[in-house]
Design a protein around this ligand. Structure first.
Ligand code: EPU
Length: 349
């Protein structure tokens, strides 16, 4: 395996900011992953695992250790007797390629997650979700390297403790596991999920149920309109997707805020989030706090097509992105008393 030195990391991310990795190892097999981990340990260097780079902000000074890019490829499917078809993919497989493969096989379960950038291995970490589906609904098992024992293990869905944008991989067991492979149990000839309002609106005038392929195409179109689909040269899509999580607040706080907002002639949008809680759209809070779509702060800005995406308008630094993030967080806190939590992983800060 080739381990390179001083490799610029910005081109490996969709946001396109950040300095170099001291060492950079691209690993194509489980053996190479272990080799790269041993390389870092032998030099007592910190390790950072890179997937598709679609949910990352890398600091301008870069990363002072070993960046391990997981490029394990290969995907296959099988149907165990009397069970749902299983799709098994290496962590380095492009996410949307896998989704396309499942839709082509007329298997339901991932169609609403079409058009999301990144790799398969990144999806369990933050329990990727969109348009009414989350990977936690279909993940059967996650094959991992346990960095404590340097053993390969299989974690069941339950062992991953998935919740909204969260799992053990980004909370209790952060930095413990490297994801090598993920398996998804799907539904052969299943009905597509058309639960999310945007999707229902898209199909409002059509007769009959849409097919999986039609839902996939609709999701890609909706994502494109919001610049949440990576299109080369589209400045509004040079982002890390949603920059903040949608805050989940207690019902009592929601009611109090609703009343306050109503007295200004506005209606606070919200979604159910389990007993006693409401989820608020961070994009709405950002806009109402005065950061409208297209807002600019130097070379960083807010997408013209979605208030939740911070974009690199060309030549932005990580410091520019963070300065805008800080300004938005302070504005929303001041206006609504809510501390927005960043959604992307911040590396090297
Ligand atoms: N809204 C605005 N301004 C905007 C956009 C949205 O006020 O510019 C408000 C509207 O009230 C809208 C609501 O926000 O109804 C929700 O917007 P949207 O449907 O676009 O979804 P979101 O909550 O902003 C979440 C995920 C996205 C996912 C979409 C679709 C998070 C943090 N984000 O966004 O995931 O694609 O739903 O399901 O949960 C990501 O995580 O990177 C991501 C792109």
């Amino acid at each position: 395996m080739l381990i390179r030195e001083q490799v610029a990391l910005a081109p490996f991310t969709t946001l396109g900011v950040g300095g170099p990795a001291r060492y950079f190892a691209e690993t194509h097999s489980e053996a190479e992953v272990i080799e790269a981990v041993e390389f870092a340990r032998s030099r007592q260097l910190p390790l950072f695992v890179l997937g598709g780079g679609s949910n990352l902000v890398i600091a301008d000074k870069g990363f002072p250790g070993v960046v391990l890019k997981v490029a394990i490829s290969g995907s296959s499917s099988c149907t165990p007797p009397r069970k749902n078809p299983l799709f098994i993919a290496g962590a380095g497989v492009n996410w949307d390629t896998l989704v396309a493969q499942t839709v082509d096989a007329n298997c339901a379960g991932l169609e609403c997650l079409s058009g999301i950038p990144g790799t398969v291995g990144g999806t369990p970490v933050q329990n990727v979700g969109a348009y009414g589906q989350e990977v936690s609904q279909t993940i059967r098992e996650v094959r991992v390297l346990d960095l404590r024992s340097l053993q390969i293990e299989i974690l069941s869905n339950a062992e991953c403790s998935f919740t909204y944008r969260s799992s053990i991989f980004n909370t209790t067991e952060r930095d413990r596991y490297i994801i090598l492979q993920v398996s998804f149990a799907l539904h052969q000839d299943g009905k597509p999920s058309v639960r999310y309002a945007d999707l229902q609106k898209f199909f409002a005038s059509s007769t009959g149920d849409p097919t999986l392929a039609e839902v996939r195409a609709a999701v890609c179109e909706i994502r494109y309109r919001k610049a949440m689909l990576i299109v080369p040269g589209d400045e509004d899509a040079r982002s890390a997707g949603s920059f903040f999580k949608n805050p989940i607040v207690p019902q009592s706080f929601f009611e109090e805020l609703s009343a306050r907002v109503e007295s200004r002639g506005l209606q606070l949008p919200s979604y159910p989030a389990g007993d006693g809680f409401r989820k608020l759209p961070a994009a709405w809070l950002v806009e109402q706090a005065g950061f409208s779509r297209g807002y600019s702060k130097g070379a960083a800005g807010i997408s013209r097509r979605h208030a939740l995406a911070i974009v690199n308008r060309g030549g932005a630094t990580a410091a520019d992105i963070i300065a805008l993030k800080d300004e938005i967080q302070a504005g929303v806190l001041n206006e609504f008393g809510i501390e927005l939590q960043p959604e992307p992983v911040l590396v090297g800060f």
